[in-house]
Ligand binder design. Structure first.
Ligand code: SAM
Length: 394
């Protein structure tokens, strides 16, 4: 007999107050709303204790606190492919940047603004930064003799007041799986407020890429490890290992090209001039992978590419690629492990879709749901659809 367990979920809207009856697991809580009980995803709730100040859904204190220290800036500036890509964009476009007004949103240490001032002759660069690193950015601008051109605004982009609109809005806003941290929302709001009609966004486009892959060493470290230890059977811990290591994405995964089981697919394409903040709530993509070689299907790996259109519309578009076939960047790639590996053979197809669902409460977070099925040419009828959701992180 197979035992089926019906999961009763509770529907609710943003802003409604639920009573949490049992914190059943870390991901699902049993709650009540207007006399109806059901399970709710814990990551969609935040405490509403009337005596206590509610937590900021953007977690800005922690977010800008981190960018106020050197650790992250050191990591970003050490990432040559990333930083060089922006330098090349400025250099290639320098003739067209002459006399233009540029906004560098989230300038950090000011590296992109300094590239603009040194490699091109813009009229002005507005370097906007909310974290306390901005105090030092002002010094760096002065020390590098760029104070005539670069003005640092220490504030959130949302609270900015500028002397004029801008011709170019440049920003390095990308996070893991492209959108994590959702700094892109600030970029879109600034575009709507400050970019001149016909102005340029850098990046001008962004793409999320996906591939089914092997992850043999990670599987061995996290799952096979719990087989035999010192002659003893430890397999009872494997379900726990699955929960602990496979239920969330693995950041900083370096996918070896030989572990790709198919040619990667572009699943989501964003045009930075037309993208709307509301589009960010749910982004959906489809994929069909033709398996090219036999291997163990441990999961999917994702990464992104961003494009920089030339200011001369006929000029070459530059691209920063964070995938396994390019030099690694500090983002590396993101691995989504299946609960159980599946052996694949050449000729099979893995098809399905991916959904990036922004957390309605915690605005810097999202859940990634991948739905897939495997079919072989001989038995095309008999393919089961599988689904797995990965909170990133709340
Ligand atoms: C990924 S870092 C890039 C830093 C720098 N542009 C570089 O390339 O090294 C993003 C920066 O944007 C800042 N930032 C994020 N959201 C912002 C906002 N809404 N207003 C102002 N600054 C913001 C962060 O504090 C952080 O320093």
């Amino acid at each position: 007999f197979t035992e089926y367990v019906a999961i009763v979920t509770l529907s609710f809207r943003a802003g409604e107050r639920l009573v949490v009856l049992t914190k059943t697991s870390s991901d699902w809580w049993w709650a009540e709303l207007r006399g109806v009980c059901g399970y709710v995803p814990s990551s969609y709730l935040q405490p509403s204790d009337p005596g206590k100040e509610e937590e900021d859904p953007w977690q800005d204190e922690e977010y800008f606190g981190n960018y106020g220290t050197l650790r992250l800036h050191r990591e970003m500036l050490s990432d040559r492919p990333r930083t060089e890509a922006y330098r090349q964009v400025i250099l290639t476009n320098s003739p067209h940047l002459r006399g233009k007004v540029v906004m560098d949103l989230g300038c950090g240490t000011g590296i992109i603004s300094l590239f603009c001032a040194r490699l091109a002759q813009p009229k002005a660069v507005f370097a906007v930064e909310a974290s306390s690193i901005a105090e030092h950015t002002k010094t760096l601008v002065r020390q590098n003799g760029c104070e005539e051109v670069v003005t640092v605004f220490q504030c959130r982009a949302e609270e900015l007041s500028l002397p004029s609109r801008v011709d170019v809005l440049v920003s390095e806003w990308m996070g893991n799986c492209l959108l994590f941290e959702f700094m892109v929302e600030s970029v879109l709001q600034s575009r709507d407020r400050w970019l001149k009609e016909g102005g340029m966004m850098w990046p001008s486009g962004a793409t999320v890429c996906l591939v089914p892959c092997q992850a043999g060493s990670y599987y061995a470290e996290t799952m096979c490890f719990w087989e035999q230890l010192y002659g003893l059977d430890f397999t009872a811990l494997q379900p726990l290992a699955q929960m602990e290591f496979f239920s969330r994405p693995r950041f900083s995964h370096l996918l070896q090209p030989e572990d790709c089981l198919a040619t990667p697919c572009d699943v989501i394409n964003l045009d930075m001039l037309s993208l709307q903040v509301t589009d960010l709530e749910e982004l959906n993509g489809q994929f069909i992978f033709a398996v090219e070689k036999a291997g163990m299907f441990h999961g999917f790996t994702s990464w992104f590419r961003v494009q920089f259109q030339n200011l001369d519309r006929d000029g070459t578009t530059l691209e920063l690629d964070t995938g396994p076939y390019s030099e690694p960047t500090h983002w590396k790639q993101t691995l989504f492990m299946l609960d159980h590996p599946v052996p694949l053979v050449g000729g099979e197809t893995v098809s399905g879709n991916i959904l990036l669902h922004r957390n309605p409460v915690w605005r810097r977070h999202m859940t990634i749901t991948i739905q897939w099925s495997i079919s072989s040419t001989e038995d095309a009828e008999n393919c089961q659809v599988q689904t797995k959701s990965f909170p990133m992180w709340r």
